[in-house]
Structure formats: structure tokens, C-alpha cells
Design a protein around this ligand. Structure first.
Ligand code: G3P
Length: 236
């Protein structure tokens, strides 16, 4: 299986009806038989979470961020239990644009695990990948911050980050854990996606490469095709 996470961030293209169009594109591509070996995830702005959840669809919805505030009398926070009740399958944690403390990362992973939710923890380099591997999240996504939004793919210009992260994960993983490595930052085309897997990732985390593309369905299909074209399988 290969994994494809689309982070819509807060790009204006996904405000209001834009998000519905993006979700429709993800639904169409993820439903194609040729992509049955790709698991798709969409992380909309939290306001749009319910409008993108569709039990009939073959993709999962992730929150972009969740808070550790308590279920009950807490105001203005996004708490995992409520996100789950609205259909979120899991959450990004510690995205480069929303970093949190090591303790909070650990607490969020545990809370999501208890709820049966998926944790996708972001790391800035292979050292953090090694550190977060010990927490056994479902996914760790390595993204060099300076390449985010650059259009210069980590898999092309800094493949050593993916290879180093893969060995850091393999060295530090909790026995019997199934943490999978994703990579992101600057991924814009099918070749970037294919190289990501060939360098040792199980999938990709992409934002602007999809959102800024003129035709979402076409671009999502191109990236998914790159994932399944990869010759050397990544983990998972
Ligand atoms: O969450 C994905 C991300 O930070 C990578 O951004 O725009 O380089 O695909 P982008």
C-alpha cells in the first residue's frame, strides 16, 4: 500500500465552495480501481471537516491540528473526541507551521490511539524522525521546512533526508509497531512522488503541489500514479 496525504492548509482556493471541489476531485481519483493500492487522506481546514467527510468515499479525512484541551468545558479548541464524532479519521500533529512540544506530541498520539484515530506526526529532519519513532505513531512525515511550498521536491533535491529518515525509523521503531514514513515539501509532480517511495518513504504529504495546480483531479491522479509507478517499494 502507498499513502497520499493532501494538506489543504488555509489556501484561499479551498475556502467555501473551493473545498467541495477539492473533495470531489479526491473522491473521484481515490475511487478509481487503478489506485486501489493507494490510501488517500485529505486534511481540510477544520471548518470544512464535516463537508468533506463522506462515508461512501474511499478517502479519509484528517484534522490539520488538534488540541489537548478537555472534552467538556473547553472553548475554542479542536478536541479529538469531537473531531472523531464529526468523522475525522485522525490528525496531523506538529506540522511545521503549527509546532507543539514533545510532551504534547506524545499525549496527542496516546489520546488518538485510545480513540482509534490515526496520528500523522510531522518531523523536520531525520533526527526528529528517530525521536518520534519511539512514540509509535501511525505515520511520521518528514518535511525540511525550507523546502515547504518551494516547488523543489525533497525527493529530488534532498533525497538523503528521506533515506536518513527511513533508517532512523527502522533503528528506533518500537518492536511490532507499524509506523510508516511519509515525506513532503516541494512535491509537485509524479516523478517527485515516485522518487519519494524509491528513496524509502511509504507515501507523500503534499499541499501547494495540489492546491495550486490548475486541475486538481488531474494533478492528484498524476501524483497517485507516481506512487504506484515506484519500483522500489517503501514501507507498508
Ligand atoms: O503539509 C504539507 C506541506 O507542508 C508541504 O507543503 O506546499 O511543499 O507541498 P508543500
Amino acid at each position: 500500500m502507498r499513502y497520499f496525504v493532501i494538506n489543504a492548509k488555509n489556501y484561499s482556493e479551498v475556502s467555501g465552495k473551493g473545498l467541495e471541489s477539492l473533495a470531489a476531485a479526491v473522491r473521484i481519483v481515490s475511487g478509481k480501481q487503478i489506485f486501489r493500492e493507494v490510501e488517500f487522506f485529505l486534511a481540510p481546514p477544520n471548518f470544512g471537516l464535516t463537508s468533506t467527510v463522506n462515508p461512501q468515499s474511499s478517502y479519509h479525512v484528517l484534522a490539520q491540528h488538534l488540541d489537548l484541551a478537555k472534552l467538556g468545558a473547553s472553548t475554542g479548541f479542536s478536541v479529538p473526541e469531537i473531531a472523531k464524532s464529526f468523522g475525522a479519521a485522525g490528525s496531523l500533529i506538529n506540522h511545521s507551521e503549527h509546532r507543539i512540544s514533545r510532551n504534547d506530541i506524545e499525549s496527542l498520539i496516546s489520546r488518538l490511539r485510545l480513540l482509534g484515530m490515526i496520528s500523522v506526526v510531522c518531523a523536520k529532519d531525520d533526527e526528529e524522525v528517530g525521536e518520534f519513532s519511539k512514540l509509535a505513531p501511525d505515520f511520521i512525515a518528514v518535511e525540511p521546512p525550507d523546502l515547504i511550498g518551494s516547488g523543489k521536491a525533497v525527493s529530488k533535491v534532498r533525497p538523503e533526508v528521506i533515506m536518513g529518515s527511513r533508517s532512523a525509523l527502522d533503528r528506533n521503531r518500537v518492536p511490532n509497531s507499524t509506523t510508516k514514513l511519509l515525506c513532503g515539501a516541494g512535491i509537485v509532480d509524479g516523478i517527485d512522488a515516485r522518487l519519494s517511495v524509491e528513496m524509502g518513504a511509504a507515501g507523500i504529504l503534499v499541499a501547494s503541489g495540489v492546491i495550486k495546480a490548475p486541475d486538481w483531479e488531474n494533478k492528484i491522479g498524476e501524483l497517485a500514479q507516481g506512487l504506484i509507478d515506484a519500483k522500489t517499494p517503501g514501507a507498508g
